[in-house]
Design a protein around this ligand. Sequence first.
Ligand code: ATP
Length: 210
Amino acid sequence: MSTVVDARELTSIRAGRVLFEALSFKLEAGAVLYVAGPNGAGKSTLLRILAGLLRPLEGDVQLFGQALRHDPEHWQRQTLFIGHKPAVKPALTAIENIQLQAQLDGIQLDDPWALLEQVGLLGLEDIPAQQLSAGQQRRIALARLWYSSAKLWILDEPFTALDQVGIELLQQRFAAHQANQGSLILTSHQALTWRPKTLQVLELGEVAYE
Ligand SMILES: Nc1ncnc2c1ncn2[C@@H]1O[C@H](COP(=O)(O)OP(=O)(O)OP(=O)(O)O)[C@@H](O)[C@H]1O
């Protein structure tokens, strides 16, 4: 087993609150880390630190044996981060959004229509994203998971707004990623109905004030 994430002594203070202090954990290839905790506990903050988007006050993260500061491009190639708000362009259609996302990810999509079908949006391709429902917009954002070859996925509340079929579809995608030795870090306020092969739970709890 190889270590994908090695988080060492992470401390984060935001808005005068200690969210976590000297937090250390490791994640191995093919494992799932489920970050739980109440609103404001620091889940998104931790995920953004792990994705290299935010610096911890103290501590550091090694990804595939390398620190972010040594090779940010390596970090970007190996990780796929999807935040809790679907990053869709409201005036673009679903297919245009998917193509744009792929372009930004440096991927040439052979068949964007097949991808649209995979995420259950076929028939809605000509509608601007702003006229789609919250769950449909989420599906556009999550389409990245169907072409991503990143070994580590970091997903902030990916199930939000999805219906039961969408949740099942996403969990199947997670299972395929895991079977391929992919690792996953996610937050959710819903209990997982899928039982990953290797699951670690990190509970961020009540926070202390400075
Ligand atoms: N951009 C920011 N600047 C300053 N403080 C922030 C910022 N974003 C979040 N915070 C603070 O960090 C705390 C943790 O926020 P975070 O979004 O990490 O929590 P969370 O566990 O993901 O919450 P939720 O379950 O509501 O999504 C919040 O209470 C907030 O005060």
